[in-house]
Design a protein around this ligand. Structure first.
Ligand code: ADP
Ligand code: ZN
Ligand code: ZN
Length: 744
């Protein structure tokens, strides 16, 4: 017997099938999906790989498999899925398989040490990009230091004992790295059952109202009859979507099946999990990135062994090893985090549909502001639409006011806060109510320019202006992590007239502290959220210590419920409007509706103030009216005219590398090849530099193609990017991203 094997590697050249001989003593245990160890390459080094097919004949096989490890393997169904994904998302089959393995077992060495129960944890303290930068700039030079940091980039949150063993470094080295601020070592008692000490009050199903009932009955009959269906529950926050999810899951459990619930990473809060615990007890496994690798491994095993029947997790939980899938629920289905921005660039919603269909069970999408594409499908009867129009707990919707910031300038108010917003904050402080201020840019000033000659301070590695961070008194690049001291004199004309423009959350906090010196404030953005000071802890502090004003980026928008917040201020609603991403307008609308939803969720009616320079833009007006269907109608018309999704797919092919000439030639070469074989319905734009044409010293060019991504088109693009000439170019990369979240 022979096995077709894929080597566990992300090297493009290894995305190939290799034939191996199955020795006689393995014939009875080998199966498709099994993890195997084989001699590979010139030195016959033992590498790991996966069986993707078994057969009786082979022309090429001349070496034997040396070992099989069935424990950290995947199912045959998942092999089929991995092959499909590799084709659809233009990546290696093994890139996809790694997503499906038990957490922490992707690299072969770590798999047998994952089960340890106690020890200290090591986390990266800096961004991955920032570390790469420091290494590139030789600020980190020691080979051992680099080895540890590179390892942590792949395996963040690892036990110190594992790390020492796997990287062969001493405790002293780790201490130095900690002292230099690269890593943090956290002593924590490892709680392998995250729920063990929770005191949850059991909760009973609520009597559904008529809208909820209609939805429940529809999907419930699909569960009963084991049939696939696609459903959208479109209902404002608080309209009882989660209650429906809970009752549907109850039904699934009664049929002896399992449920997968996907939520955006950031809303995977304890409060959210508590609701499931209250209804279902410990029958739950949670998967998200804040758990240690070991904890994730345990949660994964609970599912694989059938000890947990319900999985709640972020995007990659779609690959959880449930036994008999009975339903997939995707909450906040419009959220961008369901689409991956790194290889494999998959969309969990597409995969969910495939998996639900394969398992003959319903797929349920829920949102207050559905993805335009999902709603379009619902309107065209591709998806069953269930609408919830009332708030289940009768809370009031907030009052929303728009402030035209151009008028503020006209009356001489140069503050980031309009007079209206200042007044409302003042009132709120008097009434001892809390306020949230939202601004989607971090740092202090986002733009540093010489007023004499127009010089703009840019990152030396990226074509991006630097942001001033006051707390550290440094200029930082938000793309690559490069940082340098502040500029007092123009490097070009030596003028001292350096001006700081643009605003970020740090400056906002500064200004609020000056305007309201007696108020307490707390800031939440990537700079204040670290592993130690979690998102969760900042929000709890805000809530429990009754801090007056929370200032934050996107992070403040989701999840939490703050009974005492009655005012929400949006500092500039426009910041994402002018991006060229096709979802930018939609994202602005969704964010504004969600931010507004933070105000006055209980007895108190909330006030929301939206500051903008584009008060006539439909995304702003419609969010003031909190009118999704009005927004949908305008947006879908525009997408039709511009030929954007759902009317076609946008395929971005990006070329990047150190040599500008080479990148340009490569892009032109691929463009020519695709044009040779293109079909009439493909609109192919000429290669151009990306909007950000240099990141981390790598030049970036791109080709955009508009058309429906059919099987035919996949072949054409594959033909375009796969060429012997291309594979010879060493330091250039090509990625293909379909309907990307960001087009930069
Ligand atoms: P959503 O998920 O749409 O935001 P939830 O399911 O969280 O809405 O419901 C909001 C609140 O209303 C919750 O406290 C929930 O327990 C309650 N609720 C939901 N449905 C009902 C119902 N049929 N009867 C009474 N309370 C309900
Ligand atoms: Zn100058
Ligand atoms: Zn940079």
């Amino acid at each position: 017997m022979f096995a077709e094997i894929i080597i566990n590697s992300n090297a493009k050249a290894l995305n190939k099938i290799f034939d191996y001989i199955v020795p006689n003593d393995m014939i009875n245990i080998i199966r498709i999906g099994a993890r195997v160890f084989v001699p590979f390459g010139k030195g016959e080094k033992i590498e790991d790989g996966f069986v993707i097919n078994l057969k009786e004949n082979s022309e090429y096989a001349n070496k034997e498999i040396v070992r099989i490890e069935n424990e950290n393997s995947i199912s045959e169904d998942n092999i089929i899925l991995a092959k499909l994904m590799a084709r659809k998302y233009f990546c290696n089959i093994s890139d996809c398989i790694r997503l499906m393995l038990p957490p922490g077992t992707a690299s072969k060495e770590i798999s047998n040490r994952i089960k340890e129960k106690t020890g200290n944890f090591v986390y990266l303290k800096r961004d991955i990009d920032e570390i790469n930068m420091l290494i590139d700039e030789e600020k980190i030079k020691s080979e051992k230091h680099i080895r540890v940091l590179k390892f942590l980039q792949q395996n963040d949150g690892i036990y110190i004992s594992d790390l020492k063993l796997l990287t062969d470094v001493s405790k002293g080295i780790l201490k130095t790295l900690e002292k230099n601020g690269h890593i943090e070592i956290i002593e924590k008692q490892i709680e392998r059952n995250p729920f063990i000490n929770k005191n949850i009050i059991p909760d009973k199903p609520k009597k559904l109202n008529s809208e909820q009932k209609k939805c429940f009955n529809g999907i419930s009959s699909n569960i009963e009859n084991n049939e696939f269906s696609k459903n959208l529950i479109y209902g404002i926050t608080g309209s009882g979507k989660t209650e429906i999810y809970l009752q549907l899951i109850q039904k699934v459990l009664e049929k002896g099946k399992d449920a997968i619930v996907l939520v955006p990473e950031i809303s995977l809060t304890p409060q959210m999990v508590d609701r499931f615990l209250a209804r279902f007890g410990n029958n739950i496994a949670v998967l998200h990135s804040k758990l240690s690798v070991g904890e994730r491994y345990d949660e994964w095993q609970k599912i694989a062994k059938g000890e947990a029947k319900i999985v709640i997790g972020a995007r990659s939980a779609i690959f959880a090893p449930v036994k008999k899938l009975g339903i997939i629920i995707i909450d906040e289905e419009h959220d961008m985090s369901y689409k991956s921005d790194s290889t494999p660039r998959y969309n969990a919603k597409d995969l969910a549909k495939y998996i639900a269909e394969k398992n003959s069970c319903p797929l349920v999408l829920g949102s207050a502001t559905p993805d335009i594409i999902t709603m379009y499908q619902a309107k065209n009867n591709d998806i069953n639409l269930y609408e919830l129009t009332k708030r289940a707990n009768n809370a009031n919707l907030p009052n929303i006011e728009i402030v035209d910031m151009r008028n503020e300038l006209a009356i001489g108010n140069k503050s980031m806060l309009s007079l209206k917003l200042q007044n409302e904050i003042e009132k709120n402080l008097k009434n001892k109510k809390q306020t949230i201020l939202f601004l989607n840019r971090r740092g202090y000033s986002t733009f540093i320019m010489c007023r004499e000659c127009g010089f703009v301070a840019k990152c030396k590695n990226c074509n991006i202006s630097l942001t001033y961070h006051m707390s550290e008194n440094k200029l930082k690049c938000h793309y690559c992590g490069f940082e340098c001291g502040i500029i007092k004199e123009c490097p070009k004309c030596k003028s001292k007239k350096i001006k700081y423009f643009g605003t970020g959350t740090q400056k906002l906090e500064d200004e609020v502290n000056k305007l309201f010196p007696n108020s307490s404030t707390i800031r939440m953005d990537i700079d204040t959220v670290s592993k130690k000071n979690s998102h969760e802890e900042i929000l709890n502090k805000f809530k429990n210590e009754n801090i007056d004003i929370l200032i934050g980026t996107q992070m403040v928008v989701k999840g939490h419920h703050f009974p005492n917040v009655t005012l929400v201020g949006v500092i500039t609603a426009d910041s994402s409007l002018n991006l060229e991403d096709y979802r930018a307008v939609e994202k602005t609308f969704q964010t504004l509706v969600q931010v507004a939803g933070r105000a006055g969720r209980e007895k108190n009616t909330g006030n929301v103030i939206i500051q903008t320079y584009n008060p006539d833009h439909y995304a702003i007006i419609d969010s003031q009216k909190q009118d999704y269907s009005l927004f949908y109608n305008q947006e879908i018309e525009l997408r039709k005219v511009l030929n954007y999704p759902p009317f076609c797919d946008i395929i971005m092919i990006r070329f990047s590398g150190n040599n500008l000439n080479q990148i340009q030639n490569l892009a032109n070469f691929v463009y020519k090849k695709i044009n040779e074989v293109k079909k009439d319905n493909m609109l192919i734009y000429k290669p151009v530099p990306s909007p950000i044409d240099k990141i981390k010293n790598k030049y970036r060019w791109r080709i955009i193609i508009k058309c429906k991504l059919t099987s035919n088109v996949l072949d054409i693009i594959q033909y375009g990017i796969q060429d012997e000439k291309i594979s010879k170019i060493k330091d250039a990369s090509i990625i293909v991203d379909v309907n990307p979240n960001v087009m930069n």
